[in-house]
Design a protein around this ligand. Structure first.
Ligand code: HC1
Ligand code: SF4
Length: 573
C-alpha cells in the first residue's frame, strides 16, 4: 500500500493502482473517454489529465501509477482548461450531427461536452470526409464519427482475439480501419458486434433493418411473424430507463402485438427444439463413435470464427441450425401448412441480442422451405427504436402471452441466453434420455458462472459426460488450442462468441463505460435469465408440449430424415 493525497484527501491505496483507480475508489470524479477498464487503458484522449505535484506537465490519470507521498490535484484552473481544449480538439474533427446520430442521448462524447461545459469549439479540424463502410450485413462503420479512442481495436484484438481493425495512417489522416482499408465484409470479421458495444460514440452501429420490417408490416399480403431471443427480454427495458436486469417479457409481447405483427412467438421454443436435435446428436456420437467433442453451433459469431480460424474443428460442430433458424424453418413448413399460408407470403422477423444473426439469416443454405428461414433480424436496440417510433409507452404496458399454437417454451430454452445455458439445457434432457430417470435437481450449477472457461463432469447413469464452456472468442481459442494439442478431452463443448453469452451480445443496449465499471451487467442480466427459468412451469425441453406435438405431427423423431432436411446444416471451409 502507498499513501497519497487527492485534492487534499488522504488515502491508502495498493501500490499497483493508477491515479484514476485511486480517485474512483475515493469518489473523486475524473472524466474519461478512451478508458475501458481492463481493455483499453492507453491514455490516448487526455480527458483524464491531472496535476501531480512535482511533475512538469499534466499527466493522464488512467495510466499514471501512484507512488508513496504523491499529491494529485484533479480540479484546478490548469486542469479544467487543458481538458476543455483537448475535448474541443476532438470535437473539431468530429461529425457533429448529433440530432440524427444513432447514439444521441447515449453518447459518451456528448455527455463529456455537457459535463465539461463546452459551449463553443474554437478550432477547425481537418474534417476529411470519409466514406461509410456499410457493406457488412451486420456492422456499419462511420469513420467521420470516430474519436480514435481505440476501444474497438482492443476489444477486437484482446477480448475476441480477432484483430481485424487497427489505426491506419498518422496525424489528422489517422483512421480506424482494416488492413488496406477494406470493408469489414471483406476481412475475417466475425460480426460479433463487440466493437459496437465498446464504441463511446456513433462510429460503429448495426446495419439497420427497421425499414424493411416496417415495410413488411404495412404489406397486406404478408403474414408477418416475430420471434424473440431469450436474452432480449432481460435487456430491452434498459432502453426505456428500467434498471439493468429487469425482466420485461410480457411488456415486450404486448409491444410487438401493438406494432402489428400477426403472431408473436418465442425463440425459446426453437431452443427447446435445438436441445432435442443436439442432445440426440450428442448421444449418437457418443454411442456410435462419432466425432467428439461435439461443439454447439447456436452462436453465428462463433461459427464464423471457427470457419475462418479453426476449420479443423468444423466436423466437431453440431449440424443443428441455431434456434431462431430452426424456428423460422418450422414456421415456413409445418406451421405454414397447418395454417394454410403460402411460405412465399410469410415474413419471419427475429429479435436478437446479436449482430452476427443478421449475417447468419442471409446464409443461403438456411432456407429449408425454399425461402430464407428468417427474413429479417432486428437487434434489441432496433426493436426499442421501433417501439419509440410507434409512440408506445413501453414502461406502462400490461403483460401479454406468446401466441398459440407455437407458444410453449421452457426454462431450458430461456437459459440459452447466458453462457453455460445451452450446456445446462442439453444436460437436463440428455440425462433423462440416457438414464430413463427424472433429474431431481434441474439446476446444474457446475456449468454456471462467468469464469471464461469452465469445466464439469456430469454423471449420467453409467457414464460421465465431460463438458466445457467458453464465452468470448479469446477464451474459445484458448480452449480449442488445449483440445487440439491433446491437453484436454471432452464430449461436449459450448461456445458463445460474446463474453457473457447472448445477454452481452453486440445488439444489446449499450451501457456506458463508467457504469460498466461499477455494475456487473452480465451478472445482473444472467440472474434475470435464471429467475425467468425458475418462474416457468416446465424446465426441460423434452417436456415442451409444442415440441412433442411437432414431432408427432410432422418431424417423426429427433434426427429423423425430415428433421435433418429442415433443421440441420453444414459449414464452409
Ligand atoms: Fe442467443 Fe440462441 S441463445 S444464440 O445467444 O441459441 O442471439 O438470446 O436467440 O438462435 O434461443 C442470440 C440469445 C438466441 C439462437 C436461442
Ligand atoms: Fe472485431 Fe467483432 Fe467488431 Fe468484427 S464485429 S470488428 S470481429 S469486434
Amino acid at each position: 500500500m502507498v499513501n497519497i493525497t487527492i485534492d487534499g484527501k488522504k488515502l491508502q491505496v495498493p501500490k499497483d493502482y493508477t491515479v484514476l483507480q485511486a480517485a474512483r475508489e475515493a469518489g473523486v470524479e475524473i472524466p474519461t473517454l478512451c478508458y475501458l477498464k481492463g481493455i483499453n487503458e492507453i491514455g490516448a484522449c487526455r480527458m483524464c489529465v491531472v496535476e501531480i505535484k512535482g511533475a512538469r506537465s499534466l499527466q493522464a490519470a488512467c495510466v499514471y501509477p501512484v507512488s508513496e507521498g504523491m499529491e494529485v490535484i484533479t480540479n484546478s484552473e490548469r486542469v479544467r482548461r487543458a481538458r476543455k481544449v483537448n475535448l474541443e480538439l476532438i470535437l473539431s474533427n468530429h461529425d457533429r450531427n448529433c440530432l440524427t446520430c444513432i447514439r444521441s442521448g447515449n453518447c459518451e462524447l456528448q455527455r463529456l461536452a455537457e459535463d465539461l461545459n463546452v459551449k463553443q469549439i474554437r478550432y477547425e479540424g481537418e474534417n476529411i470526409r470519409r466514406p461509410l463502410d456499410d457493406f457488412s450485413p451486420s456492422i456499419v462503420r462511420d469513420p467521420n464519427k470516430c474519436v480514435l479512442c481505440k476501444r474497438c481495436i482492443n476489444v477486437c484484438r484482446n477480448v475476441q482475439e480477432v484483430g481485424v481493425i487497427n489505426a491506419n495512417y498518422r496525424g489528422f489522416r489517422t483512421v480506424v480501419s482494416t488492413a488496406f482499408d477494406r470493408s469489414l465484409n471483406d476481412v475475417a470479421c466475425t460480426m460479433c458486434g463487440q466493437c459496437i458495444q465498446a464504441c463511446p460514440v456513433g462510429a460503429l452501429r448495426e446495419k439497420d433493418s427497421t425499414d424493411i420490417v416496417w415495410k413488411a408490416l404495412a404489406d397486406k399480403n404478408k403474414y408477418v411473424v416475430v420471434q424473440t431471443a431469450p436474452a432480449v427480454r432481460v435487456a430491452l427495458g434498459e432502453e426505456f430507463g428500467l434498471p439493468i436486469g429487469t425482466r420485461v417479457t410480457g411488456k415486450m409481447v404486448t409491444a410487438l402485438k401493438m406494432l402489428g405483427f400477426d403472431k408473436v412467438f418465442d425463440t425459446d421454443t426453437g431452443a427447446d427444439l435445438t436441445i432435442m436435435e443436439e442432445g440426440t446428436e450428442l448421444i449418437n456420437r457418443i454411442k456410435n463413435g462419432g466425432k467428439l467433442p461435439l461443439i454447439t453451433s447456436c452462436s453465428p459469431g462463433w461459427i464464423k470464427f471457427c470457419e475462418h480460424y479453426f476449420p479443423e474443428f468444423l466436423d466437431n460442430l453440431s449440424t443443428c441450425k441455431s434456434p431462431h433458424e430452426m424456428f423460422g424453418a418450422i414456421l415456413k413448413t409445418y406451421y405454414a401448412q397447418k395454417m394454410g399460408i403460402d411460405p412465399a407470403n410469410m415474413f419471419v422477423v427475429s429479435i436478437m441480442p446479436c449482430t452476427a444473426k443478421k449475417f447468419e439469416a442471409q446464409r443461403e443454405e438456411l432456407a429449408a422451405s425454399g425461402y430464407p428461414d428468417v427474413d429479417a433480424v432486428l437487434t434489441t436496440r432496433e426493436l426499442a427504436r421501433m417501439i419509440k417510433e410507434a409512440g408506445i409507452d413501453f414502461v406502462n404496458l400490461p403483460d401479454n402471452h406468446f401466441d398459440d399454437p407455437m407458444g410453449d417454451a421452457t426454462g431450458a430454452g430461456v437459459i440459452f441466453g447466458t453462457t453455460g445455458g445451452v450446456m445446462e439445457a442439453a444436460l437436463r434432457t440428455v440425462y433423462e434420455i440416457l438414464t430413463g430417470k427424472p433429474l431431481e435437481n434441474v439446476e446444474i450449477t457446475q456449468v454456471r458462472g462467468l469464469e471464461g472457461i469452465r469445466e464439469a463432469e456430469i454423471d449420467v447413469g453409467t457414464m460421465k459426460i465431460k463438458a466445457a464452456v467458453a464465452h468470448g472468442l479469446a477464451n474459445a481459442k484458448k480452449l480449442l488450442e488445449m483440445v487440439k494439442n491433446g491437453e484436454k478431452e471432452y464430449h461436449f463443448i459450448e461456445i458463445m462468441a460474446c463474453p457473457g453469452g447472448c445477454i452481452m451480445g453486440g445488439g444489446q443496449p449499450i451501457v456506458p463505460a463508467k457504469v460498466r465499471e461499477k455494475i456487473d451487467v452480465a451478472k445482473l442480466r444472467a440472474s434475470a435469465i435464471y429467475d425467468e427459468d425458475r418462474s416457468l412451469p416446465i424446465r426441460k425441453s423434452h417436456e415442451n408440449p409444442t415440441i412433442k406435438k411437432l414431432y408427432e405431427e410432422f418431424l417423426g423423431h429427433p434426427n429423423s430424415e425430415k428433421a435433418h432436411h429442415i433443421l440441420h446444416t453444414h459449414y464452409k471451409r
